[in-house]
Design a protein around this ligand. Sequence first.
Ligand SMILES: C[S@@+](CC[C@H](N)C(=O)[O-])C[C@H]1O[C@@H](n2cnc3c(N)ncnc32)[C@H](O)[C@@H]1O
Length: 331
Amino acid sequence: MDEREEKRSEAHRDGANVALPAGDAYHVPVMVREVVESMAPAFDGVLFDGTAGGGGHSQALLEHYPELEVIAVDRDPEAIAALRLRLAPFGDRVRLVQARFDEAALRALTEGVVLAGALLDLGLSSRQIDEPERGFTFRDEAPLDARMEGAAGEGPTAADILNSWSEEELALLFWRLAEEPRGRALARAVVARRLAAPFASAADLNEVLADLYRRPLRAKEKARVYQGLRIAVNRELEALTQALPALRDALRPGGILAVLSYHSLEDREVKNTFREWSRSCVCPPELLQCRCRGHALGTLVTRSVVKPSEAEVAANPRARSARFRVWRKAA
Ligand SMILES: C[S@@+](CC[C@H](N)C(=O)[O-])C[C@H]1O[C@@H](n2cnc3c(N)ncnc32)[C@H](O)[C@@H]1O
């Protein structure tokens, strides 16, 4: 075993002793132990944390793997400010980047940065959800905003989408992204309501939902609709689809790509992508001779999806929907 291999296996052995980071007022990181253990082959070099948020995962990784450097990316300027404080003790082992992770991944690739590992912990931080003024919540007083960049964001807000998208576009959004069983009827009701007055606050949308269902909706039902809107506002699926191949290409041989997702569409995208990359032949079945790349680009580390333990969900109910998948680039 050479020195590098020895260190790697040492790092792996120590996985059971992962120290969970303290001070998670911003966001309680999910499946920290599993994330840190999955990165054992990436124990040294540069790790790309594309959704650094409150910094819980980055901190745990930096503490556990002393030879690791982290590019900590987040599109939310408030997260970058929190990360600056939290990760300050690691000095120049950390580089902060305020950007979308797909843009940052492409930039890393074109600049020739070689990554030992990459982590995406998709969705929102607790801080974003819990601050009504950010407009991610269905609380009546919240503005319909939902831009992860906050006021600095260029894209449309949730209100802009409700006030301007066609009925067909809204129906697709509610049906596909919000998995809203009455998506088409909701789209029709939104279009009818905005003729009277434009949407501005969550109260406006909650009223439309209550009228449609002829009862106040349960929190879970409302949350689904707001989640779909947020995914559309931030073009979250597009960012994921573009980031995955860029991160794969930036990984060093044997590098690790790990994704935590919280929405079935995101998890499906990750599952299908990792499976496709792990197949040795991707020719259509009717071709008699292989004409494709003819070798797997890597292997599935998690053969099936990994979910948080019952104990973790009991301690942190927001971890409930987490789905973890890990892929390793061929050596
Ligand atoms: C679930 S939190 C991550 C929490 C983090 N792992 C921690 O330990 O605190 C998701 C974070 O990713 C950010 N985010 C989501 N989509 C993003 C994207 N496309 N590009 C950059 N940041 C993104 C959000 O702003 C949020 O801060």
